[in-house]
Ligand binder design. Structure first.
Ligand code: GLN
Length: 285
């Protein structure tokens, strides 16, 4: 690569964009990576496109673009992703929060839970769901559980960065680290739900995400089913279980919830209008 190609912001973007054509957002990716490197706001690109890049910046940008061209997700390259308008740190230890999951957050916020509701997010990853709920409800007692110590570190760091240290981050599998009593008003989760043979897993950004956050046994249902079974011991009478799943998994998930005795079972849709999460009310033991 000759230096002249990357001499200015405009040159660097013109050089990078064609290399990222495999991405459906090549131009945006090129811009986001450049702004991340320079630690500048978006407006910088428009106000000063002729700004020069020094040699170190040129080399660092070339490396970021190369890694993106090889498929690494932009969020892992920049170490951050916005969720529910909250800037979250992410690493390859956690699933990159998806806008689809904001639909679940919105639904949970609309449940009309008590001001001091007790809530747990199982398999919290970056902490996205737990932190969004805690951010919106200063009096909710929110716990965030993950079986991956690496993921929990990310969630904890995000809680601190956002001034949400009151969110309790606990290491363990699903309900394992929680008190064994029916004390929760709401159990939320975005568990792994993709079948191990799904071709989706070998395409795009998901190739770089942890399998433990994506793949579940039994055609993707194992963890959804386990959580639904176990939640019956932890939900208060009238407490609600809400779980994200694949867009074709609503009927099976809803049927299973009914079989287990949940009431008022239904599903909600994501921003694309696809069924994305199911929920039910636990009547009590
Ligand atoms: N919705 C994500 C995807 O399709 C998967 C998230 C998950 O498995 N919990 O890539």
């Amino acid at each position: 690569m000759s230096k002249a190609k990357l001499a200015t912001l405009a040159d660097a973007l013109a050089w990078a964009t064609p290399q990222l054509q495999h991405s459906d957002s090549a131009k945006l990716d090129a811009e986001v990576l450049l702004l991340h490197l320079l630690d500048k706001p978006r407006s910088y690109l428009f106000t000063w496109p002729e700004a020069a890049l020094d040699e170190t910046q040129q080399a660092a940008y070339a490396e970021l673009v190369e890694r993106r061209a090889q498929g690494e997700p932009v969020a892992y390259l920049t170490g951050t992703r916005e969720f529910w308008s909250l800037p979250l740190a992410v690493s390859p230890q956690v699933l990159i929060p998806r806008p689809d999951t904001e639909a679940l957050v919105e639904a949970a916020l609309g449940l009309g839970l008590a001001d001091d509701a007790r809530v747990v997010d199982l398999g919290t990853g970056s902490g996205a769901i737990a932190l969004a709920l805690a951010y919106e409800n200063p009096n909710w007692q929110v716990s965030a559980v993950d079986a991956s110590a690496g993921a929990l570190e990310v969630a904890k760091a995000n809680a601190e960065r956002l001034g949400l240290e009151r969110v309790q981050c606990l290491l363990g599998s699903w309900f394992e680290p929680l008190p064994q009593k029916p004390c929760f008003d709401l159990v939320v989760s975005n568990p792994p739900y993709i079948d191990g043979d799904d071709p989706h897993l070998s395409q795009g950004d998901v190739r770089f995400e942890p399998d433990s956050a994506l793949v579940a046994k039994q055609q993707g249902y194992r963890d959804l089913f386990d959580i639904a079974e176990q939640a019956r011991q932890y939900l208060k009478p009238g407490g609600i279980l809400m779980m994200e799943h694949g867009f074709e998994q609503a009927p099976t998930t809803c049927n299973y919830l009914r079989e287990l005795g949940y009431q008022d079972v239904d599903f909600g849709r994501d921003l694309a209008g696809q069924p994305r999460f199911s929920f039910g009310v636990w009547p009590g033991n």
